[in-house]
Design a protein around this ligand. Structure first.
Ligand code: F3S
Length: 388
């Protein structure tokens, strides 16, 4: 494997201990996947931010890395385990909050921006078609690859941090055009009406595709938010990192004889039923992936002048919440008894320690993870239905 002079220097410790360790990590990945070189990346998006997911060992590691580790490229954080400004009023445990703050501080010390969102592309972080990046949150990865046409593997939090510090990533997988070819094509025979339908399609297709590249035919009339819901679910039930939609995505590579399957009303109905395990909920949580401003507007419109009988979290990036504040949307949702929550989400926050046992969501990804990861029973449905 060829290393440039600079890469050799980093490995030799001339750029510090964290940089040398980062280079070791990247070279180990090269060895495992047969990558012959490292290539420069323009940004890193780093998961492994919630204290719930990385624990004390993760915190200790980050603090030691932060001694001399500094990022070389624009680098951004995935959601952490709580709303960094309003955690007290929301009932987050104090001990958890203390550790969570330390994790954020360690990342900040390294120069990582505390964006704390899984939708960096909604706050202006938009890599161009063909641009090589190192992102790790699976829904952000699949959106960047599929909707933007950027190129990233599904990095781990650790490898994305190593890329942030070195500015490099191993050249294999989705960085190569030869691997960006559909291996399974779904012909969508049913009209998808809302976000939960797109999530259900993603859960169904991801479960079959596993780690393969997916293509969809027959889909029409959808929004960017629905595409983000579809991708997040595909990446959750399978480990899909790239999909194409005929006539829509920047790439459409269907060649040879990929497996061909259909998704109709029967598959939609069954998938939605399988994701449901509750008829009621203590908490309604919208925003997996994080809500766009349009989604928050829609929720505010539905709640204007009404009172909720259950708690409601609307999870979004802080930058989007600031816009929602300015437009009076946070206030409308607040007056109905709901809360626009930033920096975190229903999956990576410790909701199981906050007296929630049943949760209502319109996200296929959240419905897939909440039972195992947060010990929740799930009411899965359209935004309209679960609010009602
Ligand atoms: Fe984002 Fe949390 Fe869902 S990180 S994709 S809102 S599980």
């Amino acid at each position: 494997m060829h290393l440039s002079r600079e890469e050799e220097d980093i490995l030799g410790g001339e750029h510090g201990v964290a940089a040398a360790k980062s280079m070791e990590i990247l070279l180990a990945i090269c060895k495992i996947f047969g990558a012959e070189k490292l290539i420069p990346v323009t940004s890193a998006q780093i998961s492994g931010v919630s204290y719930k997911t990385i624990g004390d060992a993760g915190l200790e590691f980050l603090e030691s890395f932060a001694n001399d580790g500094r990022v070389k490229i624009p680098s951004y954080l995935n959601p952490c385990g709580m709303d960094l400004e309003e955690w007290k009023g929301m009932g987050f445990p104090k001990d958890f909050a203390k550790k969570q703050m330390k994790i954020i501080q360690a990342y900040q010390k390294m120069g990582v921006e505390s964006t704390c969102t899984c939708t960096p592309y909604l706050i202006g972080i938009l890599p161009k078609k063909g641009e090589h990046i190192a992102w790790s949150e699976s829904s952000a990865v699949i959106f960047a690859n599929s909707a933007l046409g950027a190129k990233t593997n599904r990095e781990s939090g650790m490898s994305a941090l190593a890329s942030a510090i070195t500015g490099k990533t191993p050249y294999f997988g989705y960085h190569l055009d030869e691997n960006r070819i559909a291996e399974v094509v779904f012909n969508v025979k049913v009209k998808l009406e809302d976000m939960s339908d797109f999530g259900a399609l993603g859960i169904y297709a991801g479960g079959i595709a596993k780690q393969r590249v997916v293509a969809f035919e027959g889909m029409e009339d959808f929004t960017v938010d629905e595409v983000k819901a579809l991708g997040a679910a595909l990446a959750a039930s399978g480990s899909v990192a790239l999909f194409f939609i005929e006539g829509v995505t920047p790439e459409w590579r269907v060649v040879g004889n990929p497996e061909r399957l259909e998704f109709g009303s029967k598959e939609l109905k069954e998938t939605k039923e399988n994701l449901n395990s509750s008829e009621d909920a203590e908490l309604i949580a919208i925003g997996c992936p994080h809500c766009s401003l349009e989604e928050i507007k829609e929720i505010a419109e539905k709640l204007r002048g009404k009172k909720l009988k259950r708690k409601l979290w609307v999870c979004t990036a802080r930058k989007i919440k600031i816009k929602a504040d300015k437009l009076g949307l946070t206030k409308i949702i607040g007056e109905a008894g709901g809360k626009v929550v930033s920096d975190t989400c229903m999956v990576v926050s410790p909701i199981e320690d906050m007296n929630f046992k049943r949760i209502a969501v319109n996200s296929g990804k959240a419905a897939h993870y909440l039972p195992s990861f947060c010990k929740q029973k799930v009411l899965f449905g359209s935004l309209k239905d679960i609010l009602e």
